[in-house]
Each structure stands twice: as structure tokens, then as C-alpha cells.
Design a binder for this molecule. Structure first.
Ligand SMILES: C[S@@+](CC[C@H](N)C(=O)[O-])C[C@H]1O[C@@H](n2cnc3c(N)ncnc32)[C@H](O)[C@@H]1O
Length: 289
């Protein structure tokens, strides 16, 4: 499809746009109408998004493109809204400085995961992706700490007493997560797996959406991919807007959001994993005895 064409699919509370994010953000989304944005753009590192190359002519051009959609995202946020922005480690310093001029950055999060893939031999391989968490208004923003508590291992696990308190008592067993999030990447064998090179885990989006939005709020993802953001928003009774340029991925969104069961005459089904398909019959078994 031409880059200028936009299609919209919707059911109550959920909208999927198929088209270019710059155009859709500018033309279709009202200013100050979105409570939470999760932006996970192409990283300019040469991934293959269904044939669309994730590589710009120069790093400068890539960053200029990012600044354009970042500006639009900031405009679309409500005065109490929040944004989570992901990027490659080498680009994050630029976006951090850029966004700091427009919003308050509250956390610089490290999404840490172990990698069983190709290991770097001559440098320290990357085991994390950075996420910026920014808000518009320091005095008024959503942060549901109680919804995202995690186990407080030290102290509580060893049943230590906290003598700094007025009445000494055992350490809390729960705490608000710190800024290093250890969440496994989506693997082929996981039930949530979809055919996309950079699918984000449900657990990552659950923490973000539960902490930084309330039921009924509008959550927007300008680079939806497999529509994890919209899927989690739906699960937790938020409204969602997802934008994606590749039709193959829009189809994943239509299925995960249960917007339609069929698309262009084809039933939308999750692709069977290799181990779920019936084993091919061996020619030797076809021979008559
Ligand atoms: C890093 S992936 C997002 C993955 C997503 N967070 C998930 O959980 O599956 C970036 C996505 O942006 C899409 N994309 C690239 N350029 C785009 C554009 N100009 N407008 C809309 N989507 C675009 C790609 O097709 C790709 O699916």
C-alpha cells in the first residue's frame, strides 16, 4: 500500500490504524487526548520488519525522523499523561536530552534479559534495552504503585528486623520495582509468541499500563508491531489506539484484539508452531508393504 493511505479498524474502545505513524498522529489523533503512550520504534539497526528495512541513510536522519514523532506524541498526551520511550542504547542519550526539554523524565529504566543468542566475543554484548519514563506534570500524573509491587527479597526473605522504624518490625515483603526490570524476552515456545522480530513481552507492558494508566484511559502505541500494548490495554479495561505500517502485523492486531475473525476472506489464526504441525509423512511409510 502507498505510504499515504490510512485504514482504520475498530470495536468499542479499541482502534487500529494501518498506515504511517507520522501521518496518523498528525491527522487522526486529537491533541491532548491520550493518557499513556508506549513507543517502541524501529531502532535503525537493520532488523527486517516483514521486508521493511529498519535502516536509515544516516544516524542523523534517523534521529530527525524520531524527533518528529516524539514531538507529535508529546502533543497528543493529556496534561497529566505519561510516555514510555524505548530506543537502542546508542541513540537513547540523544532522545533523553531531547525529551528532557519537553517533559519531566522520572525514570531511566533498564529492561534486562539474559541472552542465549549469538554471544559477542570481542566486546561486551548487550543484555538490556533502555526505556525512558516521562510525564508532563510533576504534581499530577498517574502512578499506581500498589498495582505493580514486586517481592522485596533482601530483608524480608531473611526475616530481618528494621530497627530504623519507630516500632521495629520485619521488612516489607513487597516494594515498588526499581529501574532494572528483569523480564524474559518472548521466545518461540511461549504461548504469547507471534511472528515478529521484536515482539515485547506482555509482562513488560502490564507493568507499564497498570502503573501509568487507570481503567477507561486511552493508551496509544505508535509502532504497534504485534499489538502487545493494545492487547494488554484490553485485558486491563483500558482503551487503546495502535498504529502499524505493515499489513501482516495489522492482521496480528486484528486477531489479538478480536476486532474481526476474517480479513480479506482469510480466517485470522495464530500461526502454528513447527512442533504443533502434524509431522510430514515419511515417503517410506507411504510404500505398500
Ligand atoms: C520495534 S517494532 C514494535 C514491536 C512492538 N512493540 C511489539 O510488542 O510487537 C516497530 C514496529 O514499527 C513498525 N513501523 C516502522 N515504521 C513505521 C511507521 N512509519 N509507521 C508505523 N509503523 C511503523 C514496524 O513495522 C514494526 O512492527
Amino acid at each position: 500500500m502507498g505510504e499515504k493511505m490510512t485504514h482504520v479498524f475498530e470495536r468499542e474502545g479499541h482502534r487500529i490504524y494501518w498506515g504511517d505513524t507520522l501521518q496518523i498522529l498528525a491527522d487522526n489523533i486529537s491533541d491532548a487526548s491520550v493518557d499513556l503512550i508506549f513507543a517502541d520504534p524501529p531502532y535503525n539497526i537493520g532488523k527486517n520488519f516483514n521486508g521493511r528495512k529498519d535502516k536509515w541513510i544516516s544516524d542523523e536522519e534517523y534521529r530527525e525522523w524520531c524527533y518528529r514523532w516524539i514531538d507529535l506524541c508529546v502533543r497528543k498526551l493529556t496534561p497529566t499523561g505519561s510516555i514510555y520511550l524505548m530506543a537502542a542504547t546508542q541513540n537513547m542519550p540523544y532522545f533523553d536530552i531531547y525529551l528532557s526539554k519537553k517533559l519531566h523524565i522520572l525514570s531511566r529504566i533498564v529492561w534486562f534479559y539474559d541472552s542465549s543468542g549469538v554471544q559477542a566475543k570481542k566486546y561486551y554484548g548487550s543484555l538490556y534495552e533502555p526505556i525512558l519514563f516521562g510525564i508532563k506534570d510533576r504534581k499530577e500524573y498517574t502512578f499506581n504503585a500498589d498495582e505493580v509491587l514486586v517481592e522485596a527479597k533482601t530483608g524480608a526473605e531473611r526475616k530481618l528486623i528494621d530497627y530504623r522504624k519507630a516500632v521495629p518490625s520485619v521488612y516489607n515483603t513487597k516494594k515498588v520495582p526499581g529501574n532494572v526490570w528483569e523480564i524474559p524476552r518472548v521466545r518461540y515456545r511461549m504461548p504469547e509468541y507471534e511472528n515478529h522480530p521484536t515482539q515485547k513481552p506482555i509482562a513488560l507492558l502490564e507493568r507499564i499500563i497498570l502503573a501509568s494508566s487507570n481503567p477507561g484511559d486511552v493508551v496509544l502505541d505508535p509502532f504497534s508491531g504485534t499489538f502487545t500494548t493494545s492487547f494488554v490495554a484490553n485485558k486491563w479495561d483500558r482503551r487503546s489506539i495502535g498504529i502499524e505500517i505493515e499489513e501482516a502485523y495489522v492482521k496480528i492486531g486484528l486477531r489479538r484484539l478480536e476486532i474481526v475473525t476474517h480479513y480479506k476472506g482469510e480466517e485470522l489464526r495464530r500461526e502454528a508452531k513447527s512442533y504443533e504441525r502434524p509431522a510430514p509423512i515419511q515417503p517410506s511409510l507411504l510404500k505398500q508393504p
